[in-house]
Write a protein that binds this ligand. Structure first.
Ligand code: NCD
Length: 309
């Protein structure tokens, strides 16, 4: 019998207790082992999980879908492009109909700030935020924390550099909230115009990559989120790579055994050099991506699973 979380939705990191976070990370570890042994408890058997993606996605969507199917659940994908939204139906009317079909959980990605809270206000089932605007992407932060724990043995005391477009990054926001809660120190490195809107304790901001990388255990470059920017502030790709691109030479400023992570999609040659992305010793990027499945299985299981199996 798995103990449930103190929350009934996963919308942001802030409401999660340390105990909730450990339950998710422990359950993810269990599922990672169960996947390797091909012996996964079917805790979503008979359950219907809906996905509502109103913004593009590769990793988040396919790893959530894989997680549902691995747990024996069934999926219904609401696809905005072929839906009645194209016929003028409001988002809240759509959600009220979907709620009437009584799904067992709903996973939402939306370009609007706080949209998952709006969705949770309508739905009776657990709602899982798969990323909203530049605000939060909690399941990404959980899989990032899981990966750091796996590669580094723990999170407390780790120094994690997040580099790049911090002003528009929900991944950075959720990671800062989660990693500092777990006792890590975060270095946020960005040019002045891409720096975060506010910072909390245990976070330091740098505007030179060389200064921020010193003694880091983890380095996480981020994509420039051009779709969320005014065209006037979009940096030139070559100039950006010159100043902030993570090359092997620059990575040497971090600890010798530092790992590199990236939430994807990577823009090679802009925020990260090929030699770093594909480094067999220091790049944890594809392992991090693969961890999306067990971590999202844990989230789904703890929020919507049958716990008598
Ligand atoms: C990110 C996202 O969509 O928030 N990717 C992801 O989910 N792994 C980051 C991005 O778009 O750059």
């Amino acid at each position: 019998m798995t103990q449930k979380l103190s929350v009934s939705d996963l919308l942001d990191i802030a409401p999660l207790t340390i105990d909730d976070i450990h339950k998710i990370l422990d359950r993810a570890k269990f599922f990672k082992g169960a996947l390797a042994d091909r012996n996964v408890p079917q805790t979503l058997k008979q359950k219907i999980i809906m996905t509502v993606f109103v913004e593009n996605s590769t990793r988040t969507r396919t790893s959530f879908e894989t997680a549902v199917l691995r747990l024996g659940g069934r999926l219904i994908n609401w696809d905005e492009k072929i839906s009645s939204a194209q016929k003028g139906e409001s988002f809240s009317d759509t959600l009220n109909y979907l709620n009437g079909y009584a799904p067992d959980a709903l996973i939402v990605r939306h370009f609007e700030y706080n949209a998952p809270h709006f969705v949770a206000g309508i739905m009776d089932c657990p709602v899982i935020n798969a990323g909203d605007s530049w605000r939060e992407h909690p399941s990404q932060a959980l899989l990032d924390a899981f990966t750091i724990q796996e590669f580094k043995g723990g999170i407390a005391g780790m120094r994690v550099a997040i580099v790049g477009d911090l002003a528009h990054s929900r991944v950075a926001n959720s990671n800062v909230a989660l990693l500092t809660k777990l006792g890590a120190q975060v270095h946020l490195i960005a040019p002045q115009n891409l720096q975060p809107r506010s910072v909390s304790d245990n976070v330091r901001v740098f505007d030179r990559l060389e200064d921020g990388l010193t003694d880091c255990d983890v380095v996480m470059p981020l994509r420039i989120q051009k779709e969320r920017m005014d065209s006037a502030v979009i940096p030139n790709d070559t100039a950006y790579f010159h100043a902030f691109g993570l090359t092997r030479e620059r990575l040497k400023l971090a600890k010798n055994d530092a790992i590199v992570m990236h939430p994807g999609p990577m823009n090679r040659g802009i925020e990260i050099a090929d030699e770093v992305a594909d480094d067999p010793h220091q790049s944890a990027i594809f392992a991090q991506g693969a961890n999306g499945v067990p971590v999202r299985m844990a989230i789904l299981d703890l929020l919507a699973g049958n716990h008598h199996v």
